[in-house]
Design a protein around this ligand. Structure first.
Ligand code: BT5
Length: 286
């Protein structure tokens, strides 16, 4: 597993359609698929996000890719891999002209809308990590499903917005064509480097890189203890300040109170004595 060794995608399976590339990759991993095996599909019938959410995967809209990775890591260090992978998905989108930013834990945004998502799943046996399935979905070009209108964006649209309007023209520039093959190749090369870096050096370099790319001024709402409907549950709302050393999100309420958020739980870490939170910044827009 040397950086730049070209292990990611050495074996590649490109499908026209499947349920979920993460499920295909998981099946291959259980059957012994080698480290770095990559599955892509032109369309997914049952693309998945986290916690049973759906990832809209119509034909040709996006890149739907999953990789079998067999890192020498304890199980507990698998979830933060999401952060390392997000860093490069963000950079790949930037290299293709989008003003992309990261939103904790697994989103890449452009123009304040979701451009890409990462889904990392572990396969283990007897507490030992067997494989990690790294799933990446990126909207490349074309029409988004109507239910995502206003919430999602494609790389082509983000790149056009990033270039602004031509001098004297009221409209933004037309969307540039996105070379799917070139994007996929760039993504694989750099995700590989970030996985190697994470396995070798842990979260420290990842956190610095993540902070340099994070979406600033985002208001985040988190279900604490099961959300408002659960006994003792509530919603927390505040500004995403950044990550702590373990990759947890630091959320600051308007009252100044800070919370440490891990996926699925919330823990109060300190109370800052300020009278009121600063005025909420405008959401990022293109
Ligand atoms: C994610 O989940 O963002 C992880 C998405 C991972 C998708 C890849 S595609 C290849 C591989 N195979 C799979 O089956 N999955 C992976 P989450 O944070 O839970 O976000 C899901 C939410 O994003 C949904 O509830 C929608 O609100 C929104 N969403 C769904 N489809 C979208 C799309 N195409 N573009 C932008 N937002 C979308």
């Amino acid at each position: 597993m040397t950086a730049g060794a070209g292990w990611l995608g050495r074996r590649r399976i490109d499908l026209i359609e499947c349920g979920s590339t993460n499920d295909e990759a998981a099946r291959l991993a259980r059957a012994g698929a080698e480290h770095g095996t990559v599955v892509t599909a032109v369309a997914q019938r049952a693309g998945r996000g986290r916690e049973g959410r759906t990832w809209a995967s119509p034909p040709g809209l996006g890149l739907y890719l999953s990789a079998v990775v067999r890192p020498a890591l304890p199980l507990v260090l698998v979830p933060p891999m999401t952060l390392a992978i997000g860093v490069w998905v963000c950079d790949a989108a930037r290299a293709f002209g989008a003003d992309a930013r990261l939103k904790w834990p697994n989103d890449v945004l452009a123009c304040g809308r979701k451009l890409a998502g990462v889904l990392v799943e572990a396969q283990s046996q007897g507490g030992r990590l067997e494989a990690v399935i790294v799933g990446i979905g990126v909207n490349l070009a074309g029409a988004l499903p109507p239910e995502l209108a206003g919430r999602a964006i494609t790389l082509a649209a983000a790149a056009a917005a990033g270039r602004g309007a031509a001098p004297g023209a009221p409209e933004p520039r037309p969307e540039p064509p996105i070379d799917r093959g070139a994007f996929t190749a760039a993504l694989l090369r750099h995700v590989e480097a970030w996985i190697d870096r994470y396995v070798a050096a842990g979260l420290v370099p990842v956190i610095d890189a993540w902070h340099a790319r994070m979406a600033r001024g985002l208001t985040v709402r988190v279900a604490a203890g099961g959300g408002a409907g659960a006994p003792g549950g509530a919603f927390l709302e505040g500004e995403a300040e950044g990550l702590d050393a373990d990759g947890a999100l630091l959320l600051r309420e308007r009252s100044g109170r800070s919370h440490r958020i891990r996926t699925g739980d919330v823990e109060v870490i300190r109370v800052i004595e300020t009278a009121a939170a600063a005025a909420e910044p405008a959401p990022p827009s293109c």
